[in-house]
Design a protein around this ligand. Sequence first.
Ligand SMILES: *[C@@H]1O[C@H](CO)[C@@H](O)[C@H](O)[C@H]1NC(C)=O
Ligand SMILES: *[C@@H]1O[C@H](CO)[C@@H](O)[C@H](O)[C@H]1NC(C)=O
Ligand SMILES: *[C@@H]1O[C@H](CO)[C@@H](O)[C@H](O)[C@H]1NC(C)=O
Ligand SMILES: *[C@@H]1O[C@H](CO)[C@@H](O)[C@H](O)[C@H]1NC(C)=O
Ligand SMILES: *[C@@H]1O[C@H](CO)[C@@H](O)[C@H](O)[C@H]1NC(C)=O
Ligand SMILES: *[C@@H]1O[C@H](CO)[C@@H](O)[C@H](O)[C@H]1NC(C)=O
Length: 677
Amino acid sequence: MTINRQRCSSRLSATLRNFNSSTRTHARGQESLALLAAHIIASPTPLESRILHEKRDKAPNLWSKRERLDRHIIIPVRIALTQSNVEFGYQFLEDVSHPSSSNYGKHWTFKEVVDKFKPSMKTISVVRNWLEDEGISGNRIKLSAGSNWIEFNATVADPSILSVRYYMYEHDISGQPHVACSEYSLPAHIGPHVDFVTPTLHFDAKIKPRNEHKLQTRQALSTVKPGAGHSIGNSNGWKPKLGKVVNFQGIALTLQMCATLMTPNCLRTLYNFPGFRLGQKPSRGSSYGIVEYSTQAYLPSDLDMFFTKFNHPGIGERPILDSIDGGVVQNTNQSHGYNAESDLDLEYAMTLVYPQPVTLYQVGDLYQGASFNNFLDGVDASYCSYEGGDDDLQDGTYPDPYNNSLAYKGPKDCGTYEPTKVISTSYGYNEADLTAPYEIRQCNEYMKLGLMGVTVLYSSGDYDQCIDPATGSYNNGTSGTFNPGFPSTCPYITSVGATQIKTGIDLATLATGTQPEMACETVIHSGGGFSNVFPLPAYQANAVKEWFKNYPPTYTSDTFNNTQITRGFPDISVNGANYVIAVDGQFRLVYGTSASTPTFGSIITLINDGRLSKNKSTVGFINPVLYANPKALNDITEGANPGCGTAGFSATAGWDPVTGLGTPNYPKMLNLFEGLP
Ligand SMILES: *[C@@H]1O[C@H](CO)[C@@H](O)[C@H](O)[C@H]1NC(C)=O
Ligand SMILES: *[C@@H]1O[C@H](CO)[C@@H](O)[C@H](O)[C@H]1NC(C)=O
Ligand SMILES: *[C@@H]1O[C@H](CO)[C@@H](O)[C@H](O)[C@H]1NC(C)=O
Ligand SMILES: *[C@@H]1O[C@H](CO)[C@@H](O)[C@H](O)[C@H]1NC(C)=O
Ligand SMILES: *[C@@H]1O[C@H](CO)[C@@H](O)[C@H](O)[C@H]1NC(C)=O
Ligand SMILES: *[C@@H]1O[C@H](CO)[C@@H](O)[C@H](O)[C@H]1NC(C)=O
């Protein structure tokens, strides 16, 4: 598979640095100025009727309109073209992921994905012909690598293209300049082929209040006003919960202790998967990626402290760093808030899949941070412009527009890295934090990754917040409606919940047939429930129907979405209690679906290794196989996820919205997946 490694051309805020000297007053001396190319004369053509394409009533908060833009300025115009075939995404994915499909495992190449969803030839030629009719000669028009943008340079004076009036805008606090307009129109026959045009209404030069860079509680996150952005790395709600410090002095770890000290060996015993064999080589074609959002970072000394105890051959090993949008592993600031998530994810992933290397996608600079869309842009060049690109109000904007030494001024990453075959992310939003169109756009991208044979895993969240139905805001979790997490509710990912070992269970002397686990009720509860946005996927329909039939919940629509037509989560679960990690020079316990997810990703990576060694494809999107073969998992039938003043949902026989289908039974899962074509 080849991936386009070309970087997107940067957006307007960057090119503004090159202002013609005649506009110095407009730019108020903020940026260094250089002369752009000179005169581009548009041939006059008769104006045809235009239809308003986008309009903004007033500039965003803190942006003030200044002078009309000088007529001779040349601006880089980019037209985002509409995509095709997205409505068939579910069918396409099922075709390569359902165990009874004759095309199982026949994943698409990146090029096939791009070709299937890219704008149609008709869309491209209609827009191109229109531009040529307007006097933009063909050699000035460029089609982007992903075929979703048409780009050309034009002068502001050229009135016939978009019929826009461009103005300089200025940021009230930073003084940063930005070119924009308040509305633009397109010919009637062009509108349906265009998502949007830049530069127009879109203020990609996002400015965030300084105080947002403090660590936020999830409570605080919910109060962030639209326009302030959501840097996922600084959100507390999804971080693993810390427990006590563990002193190993003179303690020999045994399997008897797994109920209170979870270690790599405990996990191998619980789920029956192998550890490193002497002389074992990394398997070709397999790869495993962990996604971390700045300012979260691992400490190299913590990795070695952990490996010394639990993964001796791994001492000195580091993840492969794929830096996206200025992501750096910062070690200047050290605390559990900075290090616990990254340390946990990497210590377990790197140990459980050793000697397979682990890739770290470190996303976002230290100043602005980033969100899931920044990551997705980094691994898929076509996503950068899909449906008009990222949401400037939600996602990190790069090059970072802030004047700060920590701000990353390089170009935005766009298809820079090939996606690894398994991608584990232990961060999430409340589904209610984001708009449905934003979530659907992102969910469709997970569908595309699945088509390419990538397994996308997200933690289901640690149930601790509810929505106050009166105000719509989040409360302390003692009343209100259940609060599903995103992307767990996206049907194209695998959502991972948490279990724990039951009290009194000794893994060393476990009788065969005894289920040692229950839903996690120590420190955290396993996030689970039903989406308010995404429909019930076919692969899950029967499981959800059975659950509603056999265990009808006593709660009503006041508490959760009981329509029975929306996606339930999690899909599966993995132990998430009492994990021993090394963090900031100490061994400590942590809890959460944050721990479960990288462990499950490691197990899927081992299964990929097994299939690859048989010359088969990676497993890709696993949900259709798992729901069709629930016996490959250990059904979890005890425990619950109380919250919002209720007893929550209970783990039951079969799928349930607490532990999903259950925990992995590695030999059965390996056998199942190796048996598929
Ligand atoms: C950027 O910050 C530096 C240092 O604080 C300051 O000297 C400079 O004037 C600032 N530039 C802009 C454009 O605000
Ligand atoms: C527009 O002009 C800039 C500056 O000369 C150039 O770098 C860029 O490639 C041009 N874009 C197109 C689409 O021709
Ligand atoms: C590190 O901490 C200092 C002091 O609290 C703070 O000013 C700085 O922004 C922090 N750096 C990062 C990368 O979070
Ligand atoms: C949670 O909020 C409710 C309602 O405001 C309040 O009565 C209760 O004491 C709070 N509980 C905790 C644990 O903060
Ligand atoms: C429940 O899901 C349905 C179907 O997606 C949706 O129309 C409805 O708005 C959801 N209910 C709530 C309370 O969001
Ligand atoms: C896998 O393919 C390679 C190269 O085509 C071949 O040498 C090898 O024997 C095959 N292995 C299996 C298990 O089929």
